[in-house]
Every structure is written in C-alpha cells, then in structure tokens.
Design a protein around this ligand. Structure first.
Ligand SMILES: NC(=O)c1ccc[n+]([C@@H]2O[C@H](COP(=O)([O-])OP(=O)(O)OC[C@H]3O[C@@H](n4cnc5c(N)ncnc54)[C@H](O)[C@@H]3O)[C@@H](O)[C@H]2O)c1
Length: 320
C-alpha cells in the first residue's frame, strides 16, 4: 500500500512512518519541519520505499500528485503544543484549517481515504470523568487563545465528515489523548518530555497550576498500533475514534514518579497558570478517554505502562 503522511517528520508521524515501512508499505512524508525534525526520519531516507518532501501542506505545488499516489493519507501536520498555540494563535488556526482544507480538496478529487488526526482538546473544558466520541464539545471562549487549537481541530472534523457525507472521500477521525514517547520534544509545552529532561539534569520540575489536574499518557507505539488496527479494520468510514490510555495520573504524581524512577534530586515548583501561559488561562481537571469504541472495532488497548514510558524517554534523551 502507498501512504502519504503529512507531518511525518514529527513525533507521532515518524513512528507511524517507521512502522509502515517495516510492514513493507511505501511511505511519502510531507513536512515543513516547523516543529518536526529531520533526525526523526533520517534513518528511513536510505530505504527505497520511503520518500521525503519538504514543504507546507497548504503551499505544496505537488500535493495533488502526492495524494493521488497514495491509498490512504494520514493527515497529522498541524501546529501543536499548548505553549505554541497560546503564543501563535493566528498560525495555529491558519495551519490547522488551511492544511486540512487542501488535503480534503485533493483527496476529494480522487475519492481517497483520509485518516485525520484530531485531539482530546475538542472535548474542551467539560469536567467529565471520561470522554466519549458522542459527547458535546464544550470549547471555551475565543478570548482565550488556548481554545484556538481545539476550535481549529473541531472545524477540521466537521469538514472531513462533510466531504465524507457528500461521497467525496472516506475518512476516519482519530482523537489522540496525550501521546508520549521517544522523539517528543518538550519545546512546545509537552509535560512528560520536559519533566524527564529536567529530572535528568536535576533541574526544577515546573508544575503548572495546583498539579491536581490528571492526564492519561499513551505510549506512541501503542498509538501507532491503534492507527494500524483501525486501518486494517476498514469499517470505520465516517467514524470518530478516541485513542489513548486510561491509566490516570495527576501532574504532581507524574513529577514524583519521574523523580523516583530517575533517582533525581529535582525540586518540584508550582507555577500559576497565568505566569506559565497567559492571564485567564483555562485548564481541564481531567482528560480520560473512553476507549470502548476502538476496543470493539479492533480489540486494541494500550500495552505499555507509564513507568516503561518514562524510562524509555529518559534513555532517548541520554543517547540524543
Ligand atoms: N502528541 C499528542 O499528544 C497529540 C495529542 C492530540 C493530537 N495530536 C495531533 O497529532 C498530530 C501529530 O502531533 P505530534 O505530537 O506528532 O506533533 P509534532 O509537532 O511532532 O508533529 C507535527 C508535524 O507537522 C509538521 N507541520 C506543521 N505544520 C505543517 C504544515 N503546514 N505543512 C507540513 N507539515 C507541517 C511539523 O513540522 C511536525 O513535523 C497533530 O495533528 C496533533 O494535533 C497529538
């Protein structure tokens, strides 16, 4: 099979590319290297079934031919990371909306299949115990730029499903919850790589807010297995599917776990949200997926533990 992965030089995309190549598929990555890194895919460049094209999806002159070549497009290219989103809301909205518009337009010309990467952020500020694909999306007000990311991704979802409804494409929308593992950078606000790299240097771990907010961290290898399982299931057209771990941990507990596993002397410091991000910043108390749907379709469930993830990320940083 031929796969186009937009954003394939990024964290999740590079792992997906590697796995598809290992299964004997042909992969083309289109990436503008804005938050991605050539080092994530350098080892794939010598494989003749792998091709890399540098460029932004929305400005790429050969997007139509890349989409036409592919059997399935994994559309992962996006502006991601809370810090980046809060600092650059215009870029966030423009990239996430325009790139998706372009991909869907090209896919629509040739009736292609598109797997669209969305996010748990679309569930917004609801305080539910778990989030189901059928839940309402309670995105906060436009005066808080954090919600620009969620709103842009929600619009992507509506647009992809509109194309599907009009019979122009086949699409599956995947809502990733916190995905972590080797190659993820802490530069744009991701907590786990940040904690691990700081703990290795015995530098302070900065917990934003009270630290009582909880999250579930899914190993990227589990996430990639979920994507392949959905791809093989082939009965997910027009569906929205959560992908994530259900092993919940507060950010305070995460900091302590990282410290103890890495024998670190780092101090844990609490920073108010308005200092960490911007005045009025809103965060969610919990973010746990309901994964019954993907389990019913594919039998998938995450296999790797949080401790495995922390140790693997630590060894990645040590060898970098
Ligand atoms: N990692 C997570 O926890 C998580 C959670 C929810 C959703 N997601 C979604 O998964 C996808 C992949 O995220 P990631 O964590 O691998 O982030 P990432 O930043 O590592 O990957 C995004 C990639 O897209 C590229 N890119 C950005 N804008 C582009 C453009 N206009 N044209 C071409 N390439 C462009 C970047 O250079 C980067 O390589 C994104 O769509 C993101 O919204 C990720």
């Amino acid at each position: 099979m031929n796969y186009l992965i937009t954003g394939g030089a990024g964290f999740i995309g590079s792992h997906l590319a590697e796995t598809l190549i290992a299964y004997g598929h042909h992969v083309t990555v289109l990436d503008d290297l804005s938050t991605g890194d050539m080092n994530n895919i350098r080892h794939l460049l010598e494989r003749d079934r792998f091709h890399f094209t540098e460029g932004a999806v929305e400005n790429s002159g050969n997007l139509q031919s890349l989409v036409t070549w592919s059997d399935t497009v994994f559309h992962l290219a996006a502006t991601v990371g809370v810090e980046l989103v809060v600092k650059e809301p215009v870029r966030t909205i423009q990239t996430n909306v325009h790139a998706t518009e372009k991909i869907l337009e090209c896919a629509g010309q040739k009736h292609k299949r598109v797997v669209l990467a969305s996010t748990s952020e679309v569930y917004g500020r609801a305080a539910s115990e778990v989030f189901r694909e059928t839940d309402d999306l309670l995105i906060g007000p436009p005066t808080h730029s954090r919600w620009a990311y969620a709103a842009s991704k929600a619009l992507d979802e509506y647009l992809a499903l509109a194309y599907q409804k009009e019979g122009k494409i086949e699409t599956t929308i995947v809502r990733f919850f916190n995905t972590v593992g080797p190659r993820q950078t802490g530069r744009y606000g991701m907590v786990l790589p940040r904690f691990v790299s700081r703990a290795l240097q015995n530098e302070p771990l900065e917990v934003y807010g009270t630290g009582n907010q909880s999250r579930c961290f899914c190993h990227v290898a589990d996430t990639v297995e979920a994507l392949l399982a959905l791809e093989n299931a082939r009965n997910t057209d027009g569906e929205i599917v959560n992908i994530g771990s259900t092993d919940s941990v507060t950010i305070n507990q995460l900091a302590e776990r990282v410290k103890s596993l890495l024998n670190s002397h780092s101090e844990v410091r609490h920073i108010p949200y308005n200092e960490a991000y911007e005045p009025g910043f809103e965060d969610m108390p919990r973010r746990m997926p309901d994964i019954d749907k993907i389990h019913k379709i594919t039998k998938w469930q995450p296999q790797r533990s949080l401790d495995d993830i922390i140790l693997e990320v630590a060894s990645y940083f040590k060898n970098e």
